[in-house]
Ligand binder design. Structure first.
Ligand code: A3P
Length: 336
């Protein structure tokens, strides 16, 4: 079904508007993000940060009809969404690691907002085709998005199964910093300290971080939502895979579990060309220095933050989690 044939297309209305980022904020950000040639937009309400092309078309993704047999993976960028989408795809596809390695993840678990993540101001026919291909994908689909719930179809959680992956914000900041240096579309030119400030001020793409994760946390008892943490995957990958399998109603054998646990280990995924995005270096999407599969550790922030920045981030986390029972693990005694 194409977008315009969706029966609900004309009935749903996203009550969120996108505006250009205020001049004073954009003036500060602009020299650090020369990759954002068409600027950035923020939503009202929500203050969700995105590039303008998405802002123009936000309604299209809001109206994207979820299916009963879909699995949607949601999460803030750099919180382990690639890892988790590979995990989900394997569970939904008979743990077929050979097929997984033969087709790029982007085609198996497409990111629904990807067609809009460019500095272009018009949606190209090629991108429109990409969106329509998602609509036409064979069931069961595994779809991924960094959008918060309120920008997705209001029936999503009551219709499809949703997995939400969260990661402690300290490692998310470090990972996102390296990512924005690696990917030319961002082309970040500042220091880690400057990036962390932008992150805490909710100016980074897909910000604000805390409302994103807290909203999903508040829905975690919904029978269609499985909330999981990057740190738990690092602690006990096989145990976490078993929980996701259970949630998805899949029963992999012991042998299959062993096989996909091995497949999903960092050192293996790092060398798996259908997941590691090394392709981006050949297509010119990414710079040559650095890797999309970077370190894959919990606690790497300790190699990046000085005491002053760390204390500032601690206070920011504390302020934002006050009154909530959500807590993050920021270091592990043992990890893969
Ligand atoms: P680092 O930059 O800290 O290494 P996303 O997929 O949401 O963009 O998240 C990317 C982060 O997940 C990166 O973190 C990446 O290395 C990490 N990652 C991906 N696969 C992983 C795996 N199998 N084990 C551990 N970390 C993994």
């Amino acid at each position: 079904m194409s977008l315009s044939n969706d029966n609900n297309f004309n009935q749903l209305q996203l009550r969120v508007q996108f505006y250009s980022m205020p001049q004073n904020e954009w003036k500060k950000l602009r020299p650090h993000f020369p990759g954002y040639t068409s600027g950035l937009v923020k939503s009202e309400p929500g203050k969700f940060v995105m590039n303008p092309l998405y802002g123009f078309h936000a309604e299209k993704l809001y109206r994207m009809q979820p299916r009963r047999d879909d699995v949607w993976l949601l999460g803030f960028p750099k919180c382990g969404t690639t890892w988790t989408s590979e995990l989900i795809w394997l569970l939904m596809n008979n743990c077929d690691t050979a097929r997984a390695s033969a087709t790029h993840l982007i085609f198996r678990t497409p990111c629904i907002e990807l067609p809009f993540l460019t500095s272009e101001t018009e949606l190209s026919p090629q991108m429109m085709n990409m969106l329509n291909a998602i609509e036409k994908m064979q069931s069961p689909r595994v779809l991924k998005s960094h959008l918060p719930f309120y920008l997705l179809h209001p029936d999503l959680l009551d219709t499809s199964k949703v997995v939400y992956i969260a990661r402690n914000p300290k490692d998310a900041i470090v990972s996102f910093y390296h990512h924005t240096k690696l990917v030319k579309r961002h082309n970040f030119q500042g220091t880690l300290e400057e990036f962390a400030e932008y992150f805490m001020e909710d100016e980074i793409l897909c910000s604000p971080f805390f409302p994103h994760v807290l909203d999903a946390w508040s829905k975690r008892h919904h029978p269609h939502l499985h909330f999981m943490f990057f740190e738990d995957l690092k602690k006990n990958l096989r145990g976490e895979i078993e929980k996701v399998a259970d949630f998805l109603g899949q029963s992999p054998s012991n042998e299959q579990l062993g096989k996909i646990t091995n497949h999903l280990r960092f050192d293996n995924l790092k060398h798996n060309d259908s997941v590691n995005n090394e392709l981006g270096k050949r297509t010119g999407f990414m710079n040559k220095d650095g890797n999309f599969m970077r370190k894959g550790k919990t606690g790497d922030w300790k190699n990046h933050f000085g005491p002053e920045l760390n204390s500032k981030i601690d206070k920011w986390i504390e302020r934002n989690l006050r009154g909530s029972d959500l807590t993050f693990i920021t270091e592990l005694e043992q990890q893969d």
